[in-house]
Design a protein around this ligand. Structure first.
Ligand code: NDP
Length: 253
C-alpha cells in the first residue's frame, strides 16, 4: 500500500525544518554538555534525560512494527533490528556508560529531543511497516541495500568506538575535558558524530525512502553545526590542539 499524499508532504516539510534548524544551530549552540549554560529553564540529571528522550525512538518504532497489520517480511525484520541495535544502545546502555555525575541538561533540550525522536521514528515506522513494503523481494539483492547496510555498520562501529574513547577520558577522578586521541580522532574532533551521520545515510540508502532521507538530513543538521562548535571550543581550550585535525570530515571540514 502506498502512503497517503500527506505523508510525503509531511516528510518534505520535516526535511525543510531540518535545514532551518541547521542554520539556527550555526549561531546558537544546543545548550547541553560542554555548551551547557544558564537561562534555559529547569534542568534534569543528564543520565535520566538521555534515558527518557532516547527511549522514545525504539518504543515508537517497535510499537509500529508490532501493530503493523501486514505479516512482517525479512526486510522489515532487518530494518527493525538495525533501529533497535542503534537505539537500544543509545537509550538503555549509553546513559549508564556516561560519567555524568553532577551533570545536568535543560528539560527543554530533553523535550525537543523527544519530539525529534517521536517524529523520526513515526515517519520511518509508518513508511516501513504500516504502509510498506517499500520494496519487493528483489531489493534483497539490490546494491543500494548492500552498500547502505555496509555504511550503517561502518558508521555504528565508528560511533561506538569514538564514544567509548570519549567516555574513557573521564574514568577515575577526572570530571573535566581532555584532548581525545586514538581512532578517527587523529583526523577529526567529532568522529562519533561522523559515525552517526554515516549510519543514517546508510539507513536512507538501504531503505530508499523519503522518511529515511529525512532522518539522515536531520542528523546532519543537528551534528554538523555541533561538530564545528566542539572544534572551535577545543582550539580555544587547548593551545596544543592538533592543528591538522578537522571538525567532522577528514581533510575537508
Ligand atoms: P559529545 O561528543 O559532546 O559527548 C559524548 C560524551 O563524552 C559526553 O558524556 C561528554 O561529556 C563526554 N566527552 C566529550 N568530549 C570529551 C572530552 N574531550 N573529554 C572528556 N569527556 C568528553 O556527544 P553528545 O553528548 O552530543 O552525543 C552523544 C551521542 O549521541 C553521540 O554518539 C551522538 O552521535 C549522538 N547524537 C545523535 C544525534 C542525532 O541527531 N542523531 C543528536 C545528538 C547526539 P559532557 O556531556 O559532559 O560534555
Amino acid at each position: 500500500m502506498n502512503p497517503p499524499n500527506w505523508f510525503d508532504v509531511a516528510s518534505w516539510g520535516w526535511m525543510a525544518l531540518a535545514v532551518l534548524i541547521a542554520v539556527l544551530l550555526l549561531f546558537v549552540d544546543a545548550p547541553y554538555g560542554r555548551h551547557g549554560r544558564r537561562g534555559w529553564g529547569p534542568e534534569i540529571q543528564a543520565r535520566l534525560g538521555w534515558l527518557i528522550m532516547e527511549s522514545v525512538s525504539p518504543l515508537v518504532l517497535l510499537g509500529l512494527f508490532a501493530i503493523s497489520l501486514r505479516p512482517a517480511e525479512p526486510l522489515s525484520w532487518i530494518f527493525a533490528g538495525l533501529w533497535l541495535l542503534h537505539y537500544g544502545h543509545r537509550a538503555w546502555i549509553f546513559p549508564f556508560r556516561l560519567h555524568s555525575k553532577g551533570r545536568r541538561m535543560p528539560v527543554v533540550v530533553m523535550g525537543m529531543a523527544m519530539c525529534f525522536n517521536a517524529v523520526n521514528a513515526s515517519l520511518n515506522g509508518l513508511r516501513l511497516f504500516v504502509w510498506g513494503p517499500v520494496h519487493d523481494a528483489s531489493w534483497l539483492t539490490d546494491p543500494r541495500l548492500g552498500i547502505g547496510l555496509a555504511l550503517f555498520a561502518a558508521g555504528l562501529v565508528v560511533n561506538l568506538h569514538s564514544d567509548t574513547i570519549l567516555i574513557g577520558l573521564r574514568r577515575g577522578a577526572e570530571s573535566g575535558y581532555q584532548v581525545p586521541r586514538g581512532g578517527l580522532f587523529c583526523w577529526v574532533s567529532c568522529p562519533n558524530y561522523l559515525g552517526e551521520i554515516l549510519e543514517w545515510c546508510g539507513w536512507a540508502l538501504a531503505t530508499w525512502s523519503l522518511a529515511g532521507l529525512s532522518f539522515a538530513v536531520w542528523t546532519v543538521a543537528n551534528l554538523a553545526p555541533r561538530a564545528l562548535a566542539h572544534h572551535r571550543w577545543y582550539k580555544q581550550q587547548f593551545s596544543d590542539y592538533p592543528a591538522e585535525r578537522r571538525a567532522l570530515i577528514p581533510f575537508v571540514l
